[in-house]
Design a binder for this molecule. Sequence first.
Ligand code: NAI
Length: 253
Amino acid sequence: MTEKAQRIIVVTGGSRGIGRAICQRLAAAESRIYFNYFAGDRAAEEAAAAETIEIVAKAGGQAKGLWANVAVAAEVTAFFDAIMDEVGRVDVLVNNAGITRDALLARMKEADWDAVLSVDLKGPFLCSQVATRIMAKQHGGRIINISSIVGAMGNIGQANYVAAKAGLIGLTKTTAREYASRNVTVNAVAPGFIDTAMTAVLPEKVKTAMLASIPLGRMGSPEDVAEAVAFLASDAAAYITGQVLHVNGGMYM
Ligand code: NAI
């Protein structure tokens, strides 16, 4: 066991984007962050992970990044085993890792449906299953699932992603009900249109149309999302469970 004061935080997909901002925001002297990452270009992802570790160190924390695919049960188990071997507990899990494979329903390939559902929904299921076992024994913990505005609204060209993100809200509420008696809270954060690599690939026309539909008149930043996660992970949110916190500049109300 670690010192009681040390808070162990696990963030999936922490090498860049929203996951990195969450690692940075949760960085503190009294916490230790473990994140994983996985992508096609391993070298680029490892360089990005090293940058996250540096950013966390600058913010006064300590982070470790591990290459692990959230969609593969054995890799999830190995990831958590490595953490448990080192520090023996998990206080916060942020299920953030996600991918998109956009296409209109009529043209969506089965492989793209499977890939997105595996990472964006099965991934949080596998990680939550392992984490809740640990947190139940500890009689406490926080799980924060990064869903999406589209999980509530639907979105053209994203049947797979929307199904996964809406499913994640269901997983959030069920896990919240099942683990409330163990003092584990489970909530979702649903970001709107956030400036990361995921949205950088969208055509200008789509970006312009999206911007026009945001009452606050700008894209969100990864830091905007990280603030909501930090709140749900804090003592101030102890009585909040099974909720979806929308961070979208008013794009969906
Ligand atoms: P990103 O593409 O910048 O980063 C994705 C991260 O997930 C990377 O660290 C990558 O290594 C990791 N990852 C991908 N597949 C993985 C796998 N199989 N196993 C482990 N790690 C994996 O994405 P971004 O924009 O930072 O998104 C983070 C989360 O926020 C995702 O769940 C996304 O769906 C969600 N989100 C993003 C929005 C946006 O506008 N960018 C809006 C709403 C939700």
